[in-house]
Design a protein around this ligand. Structure first.
Ligand code: NAD
Length: 278
């Protein structure tokens, strides 16, 4: 099966690497040529590192990756996974374009972190072939993938997709179409409560991260993790989960993170966030 990936940012590049490694031919599309170049360079570097460890042949996998600026190349795809900006209107628009090109039985999937799969599917002519496939960052390393059927998804498709994801070497779980699904819902109070502890002066950033990693068994503390994900992404997801749960205060975003977001202090990628990386 040939797979189309839309968006070659952090997630699209990682997903492309996963499915190309699993043996699929992949069309990787981005509207930004520089993003495509960056994705191919980072996939190449990652594959060569794995090849050094004897885990795979980098060149054979790279040969299956076909960067493109034209959606017309998706005509032979059996699955299209979208990983573009977290904006409902933009995603709906993109799937309208996809449906004009792919065959009637091509499965369509979104990697959205927080938007309703049902609402993206609703913009499609054939919403019954739509499903959520939610990877975690970095996709080549993270085992978990959430598979989320929309209200309109045809019976059996989520199970079929789950088997595909398993075949890509991942450990998929099925989740209902609710805001944040499983992990991003549990993660909101994790981040939110850590920020509240900071705001109330109970402990500083380094102490909270230290306590949770050294003593709490978490691989990353909440502040280091928010900086890693990026406050542009993380703040938007918090806001989206809060709004989608009808303003349930359990998921309320914080002004501290909002100000980092407004200032462009997105974390590691910006050189500054809760920590200074300059
Ligand atoms: P990103 O900003 O790194 O990459 C998005 C890419 O999509 C960019 O290269 C951009 O040029 C491209 N793009 C935007 N609109 C496009 C369009 N209309 N057509 C073609 N290309 C377009 O974003 P990301 O972090 O990779 O996130 C992508 C999606 O994955 C979002 O929905 C996000 O919520 C979700 N997600 C992110 C993470 C994470 O930790 N970053 C984890 C899981 C899911």
């Amino acid at each position: 099966m040939t797979i189309g990936i839309i968006g070659s940012g952090a997630m699209g590049a990682g997903i492309a690497q996963v499915v190309a490694t699993a043996g699929h031919e992949v069309h990787l599309l981005d509207q930004n040529a520089a993003a495509l170049d960056k994705a191919l360079a980072s996939i190449g570097a990652s594959l060569r590192k794995l090849a050094e460890k004897g885990k795979l042949t980098a060149e054979a996998t790279l040969a299956r990756l076909h960067p493109t600026a034209s959606m017309a190349d998706f005509a032979d795809c059996g699955l299209v996974i979208e990983a573009i900006v977290e904006d409902l209107g933009v995603k709906q628009q993109v799937f309208k374009q996809v449906e004009a090109i792919v065959s009637a039985d091509c499965v369509l999937a979104s990697n959205t972190s927080s938007l309703s799969i049902t609402s993206i599917a609703a913009a499609c002519q054939r919403p019954e072939r739509f499903v959520g496939i939610h990877f975690f960052n970095p996709a080549p390393l993270m085992q978990l993938v959430e598979v989320i059927p929309a209200v309109q998804t045809r019976a059996g498709l989520a199970e079929e997709v789950r088997a595909w994801v398993q075949g890509w070497g991942k450990r998929p779980v099925l989740a209902q179409d609710t805001p944040g699904f499983i992990v991003n819902r549990v993660a909101r109070p994790f981040y939110g409560e850590a920020i509240r502890i900071l705001e109330e002066g109970i402990a500083d950033i380094a102490t909270i991260d230290w306590a949770l990693t050294e003593l709490g068994g978490f691989r990353m503390g909440p502040f280091a993790l928010m900086d890693f994900i990026g406050h542009d992404v993380n703040y938007r997801v918090t806001e989206s989960v809060f709004n989608s749960f009808f303003y349930d205060p359990r998921y309320r975003p914080s002004f501290t993170q909002r100000r980092l977001f407004e200032a462009g202090y997105y974390g590691r990628k910006a050189g500054r966030g809760f920590y200074d990386y300059a």
